[in-house]
Design a binder for this molecule. Structure first.
Ligand code: SAM
Ligand code: SF4
Length: 355
């Protein structure tokens, strides 16, 4: 099997080696495999008002103390450096639950005022979205993903441990009304829990003009309960969908987009599958990540972090912070290695890294 089949990049071919092998000679966020990170994922908080069983335990987690969290001003400063000096042109705000972050609209407004204007998106569980969608759109959000794993109220309560399906559906409708289209739905299928709902969820999405994307479950839960054999694979999901729909590849190059897309019954409706485990896309990865406490991560699965908060609070200049960010990304590994025998789950769970 070749590195390409594993979705891994080959070491940068040709080109002059950097003067200092520990750092790139490029103002952007490049790595030793020639990938350029232009998409910044920002975790605004590790807190959440749901307790999805595949994400965190019923009692929640030891939340990050407020003093450790970046202030809005610190966060906007780092976002400014990323956009102005490091070539980042996409921002995705996530968490934890990003709608729980006070000042969210202010951070978005400040981000939208940057030059060049970045594309701004949000991943949310949808609780409280109904009353905030219009303000978020006005602040500058361009696109929005809402997580929804089931259409059945009892099942929703079982998976998220909260009886809030109605709020999520209302939030999605409000987002569409606010012009944040297409509203994308993120769905994780769990074996024996909701894996019989793939067809119903797609029918719902097509009927409501939402774009559904299934995400393979990854080993990022706080409880370390993920098992490879239990995971519902992209292959299984597509087979289930094909019992009711005709799916045809949408014909676009996947590029750095994690989702492979299919047109549903000839289009224009489409469905995506993010096969992070069975068809990894590390070779085309264009992401850099910032946690709510100001740590840069080169990958969801990185085992190390780089502390930008210490620099910000220690009085470092923007140029120094940008250099440290570049060096952190230069060390990005070729791939996440989930399917390899020596794989180690990162110390932070998904909710604290930012999904
Ligand atoms: N709370 C927000 C939400 O649920 O949309 C944003 C954060 S959440 C961590 C982001 C996405 O990650 C959600 O769509 C969620 O379903 C997904 N997710 C959480 N844990 C996951 C896991 N172990 N594997 C795959 N996706 C996961
Ligand atoms: Fe909260 Fe999102 Fe995790 Fe569910 S997946 S517990 S909504 S952070």
């Amino acid at each position: 099997m070749t590195t390409t089949e594993l979705g891994l990049p080959a070491l940068r071919a040709g080109g002059a080696a950097p003067r200092d092998p520990a750092r790139p000679d490029d103002p952007r966020l490049v790595d030793r495999f020639g990938r350029v990170a232009t998409d910044l994922r920002i975790s605004l908080t590790d807190r959440c008002n749901l307790r999805c069983t595949y994400c965190m335990p019923a009692e929640g987690l030891p939340w990050m103390p407020r003093a450790e969290q970046l202030t809005d001003a610190e966060l906007v400063r780092l976002i400014t450096i990323a956009v102005r000096d490091l070539g980042v042109h996409e921002l995705r705000f996530t968490g934890g639950e990003p709608l729980l972050r006070r000042g969210l609209e202010d951070v978005i407004t400040a981000s939208a005022a940057l030059t060049p204007r970045p594309d701004i998106s949000l991943t949310t569980n949808g609780i409280g979205l109904a009353r905030r969608a219009a303000a978020l759109a006005a602040a500058g959000v361009n696109r929005l993903n809402v997580s929804l794993d089931t259409l059945r109220p009892e099942r929703f309560a079982e998976i998220t441990r909260r009886d809030r399906l109605g709020d999520v559906l209302d939030g999605m409708a409000a987002a569409r009304e606010a012009g944040l289209s297409p509203v994308k739905i993120n769905t994780v299928l769990l074996r024996g829990v909701n894996d019989d709902e793939a067809v119903d969820l797609l029918r719902f999405a097509v009927d409501h003009r939402y774009e559904l994307r299934f995400i393979e479950q990854m080993p990022l839960d706080a409880q370390h309960g993920w098992e490879r054999a239990e995971m519902v694979t992209a292959g299984e999901i597509l087979a289930a969908l094909r019992t009711a729909f005709t799916l045809t590849a949408d014909g676009h190059e996947r590029g750095a987009a994690p989702a492979e897309r299919w047109l549903v019954d000839g289009g224009p409706a489409a469905v995506g599958v993010i096969a992070s485990v069975t068809r990894p896309f590390c070779g085309a990865c264009d992401r850099t990540r910032l946690t709510a406490d100001g740590q840069v991560r080169s990958c969801l699965f990185a085992r190390g972090e780089t502390d930008l908060r210490a620099l910000v609070r220690g009085g470092a200049a923007d140029t120094e912070i940008a250099d440290v960010w570049r060096t952190a990304m230069w060390g990005k590994l070729a791939g996440h290695g989930i399917d390899e025998p020596g794989f180690l789950q990162p110390d932070r769970p998904m909710s604290a890294i930012g999904g």
